[in-house]
Design a protein around this ligand. Structure first.
Ligand code: GAR
Length: 203
């Protein structure tokens, strides 16, 4: 069966990218090939992770291209050039336009650091999600992987994993636990699940 070519879009540290790369290296993503890493931040550490793994990179820097539609045009051109079949948003901190999400309908997934529908939507990203969860006093949070559509964090849910909030948690401590116990586990698994579905559909 033909492997699905996967692009991972990141804006920062890229620990979720690393989890995908490690999972692929361990043979756990047999239906996909991590073909490209795209970032909108020229100083993202994700770039180094990609280079170390021998994966090609494309930078469409927000500072150089402040206009979102110009950035999207460039990202789309890169995805098309590299014949990408699945787009993975892994800490990509820009809400994509409806035109963009339509192009990758059911071929684009995102990891979000809460149990959707809690603490999601515009304004809920990165540490802010964990700050909001702690402020509300929830005892359980977690992570969600979902398909991306025109509604921010609103696409069909693929996987979720719950994580306990503990006494004395700070947003930073909680963020790390959610990554370690949920995101880094469910995201690589979802990449394989979706690649498998896509490759079977193409036979
Ligand atoms: C992750 O926690 C990811 O779920 C979150 O940003 C972090 C990126 O970390 N994404 C969002 O909040 C998107 N709404 P990473 O760069 O180390 O993977």
């Amino acid at each position: 069966m033909k492997k699905v070519r996967v692009a991972v879009l990141c804006s920062g540290g890229g620990t979720n990218l690393q989890a995908i790369l490690d999972s692929a290296a361990a043979g756990n993503i047999p239906s996909g090939e991590i073909a490209l890493v795209v970032t909108d931040n020229a100083s993202a550490f994700a770039l180094e992770r990609a280079q170390r793994a021998g994966v090609g990179t494309v930078v469409v820097d927000k500072k150089q291209y402040p206009d979102r539609s110009e950035r999207e045009k460039r990202i789309l051109a890169a995805l098309e050039k590299h014949k990408i079949g699945l787009v993975v948003l892994a800490g990509f901190m820009t809400i994509l336009s409806e035109a963009f999400t339509k192009k990758y309908d059911m071929r684009m997934i995102n990891v979000h650091p809460s149990l959707i529908p809690s603490f999601c939507g515009p304004g809920f990203y990165g540490l802010k999600v964990h700050e909001a969860a702690l402020a509300r006093g929830v005892k359980v949070t977690g992570a969600t992987v979902h398909y991306v559509n025109e509604v921010c964090d609103g696409g069909p849910i693929i996987a979720q994993k719950a994580v306990c909030v503990e006494e004395g948690d700070t947003p930073e401590i909680l963020q790390k636990r959610v990554m370690r116990e949920a995101e880094w586990i469910i995201l690589p698994r979802a990449v394989e699940t979706v690649c498998k579905t896509l490759s079977e559909r193409e036979i």
